[in-house]
Write a new protein. Structure first.
Length: 327
């Protein structure tokens, strides 16, 4: 679906202190913005770039940007904390576990069925598999006593830490600003609960003047909670199915992300596992390491190319490759 009014929606800007914090981290370096001329020719676009998050702060996904900032802020308010707890369907839990270990804290990570526990356990975390989906795992994590919840989705009454996680993701957008001479015409974002999309919307919709990029979300067709919410005009939960895009297999948008998604997304689409797999294979031939979630933006762009007005042979598009294939 397309939503032309989103281009004029505006919100307050993100804090400027996040990037400075990330620069203090030992493993921090900007991730590459890779140009793919052959893809631009195929799609009849001017230039196509991939923001490659397959190696970020020593992990194969962008999630550590949010986890490190949120944990930094949360521990400043509660330095006596000994255990961090979270739920994950992919890389967020690994990022929390890694950060906890680096800070000398314990980590307990809840995962839904079908998520590989090994990468998270390798970071020294206790891993508990729950019978149920991602939302069930989140509820279990939130019920854990004597631990500080570091969750990347929000609900009424639990909003501050998810907001800090969203702030952390802004570093990714700030890097894109430095890597391009001007804002792109379209940015394509994979969506689970919508926190990364919230960060991208905040970054680009908080500018009072200048060129405003179109912003498009991409979800699995078996877990399209944002697309369904946009269609209904209100935040809704859905029952999810199986998908290879495990990190996007979420049934409820984040409560703090929803106003931004509703206000600032120009377009939204759902793609199949087959479409994502083909996109990942094509990116691999072009030298980009991408997992199913990270390849979803290319799959979405290909599926929605004819639906996006204003894109043409002079347009610049950025695809957010949020994870690598290698773990």
């Amino acid at each position: 679906m397309t939503r032309p009014a989103a281009r004029t929606w505006r919100c307050p800007p993100p804090p400027t202190s996040v990037r400075a914090f990330h620069r203090t981290l030992r493993d921090y370096t900007p991730t590459p913005l890779v140009e793919l001329p052959s893809l631009a020719r195929e799609l009849n676009l001017g230039r196509v770039f991939v923001k490659d998050e397959s190696a970020r702060l020593g992990l194969p996904a962008f999630k550590a940007l949010g986890a490190t900032w949120a944990i930094h802020r949360a521990l400043a308010a509660a330095p006596e904390t000994t255990t961090l707890v979270t739920a994950t369907d992919g890389n967020h839990g690994r990022a929390v576990a890694r950060t906890a270990r680096q800070l000398g804290k314990q980590a307990h990570v809840f995962i839904p069925q079908g998520v590989d526990p090994a990468p998270i356990a390798a970071e020294g975390a206790k891993v508990t598999e729950v019978v149920g989906d991602y939302d069930t795992a989140v509820r279990r994590a939130a019920e854990t006593p004597d631990a500080l919840l570091i969750q990347d989705t929000a609900w009424p009454g639990y909003e501050q830490i998810p907001a800090w996680i969203v702030e952390g993701y802004d570093t990714l957008c700030a890097e894109i600003d430095e890597q391009l001479p001007a804002p792109p015409d379209l940015i394509v974002v994979p969506v689970g609960v919508g926190s990364l999309a919230q960060a991208v919307i905040t970054h680009y919709r908080s500018r009072p003047t200048g060129h405003a990029p179109a912003l498009m979300s991409v979800e699995p067709d078996t877990a399209a909670c944002v697309l369904e919410s946009l269609r209904r005009g209100e935040l809704v939960s859905i029952t999810t199915g199986r998908t290879a895009m495990a990190g996007l297999n979420c049934g409820t948008p984040s409560s703090i992300a929803w106003p931004f998604l509703h206000g600032g997304l120009d377009a939204a689409i759902a793609v199949t596992d087959e479409e994502s797999s083909r996109a990942a294979a094509q990116l691999a031939t072009l030298g980009v390491d991408s997992g199913p979630c990270g390849a979803a933006p290319l799959a979405g762009l290909r599926a929605a190319r004819h639906l996006l007005p204003g894109l043409g042979p002079d347009s610049v598009t950025v695809l957010l490759n949020t994870e690598g294939a290698s773990r």
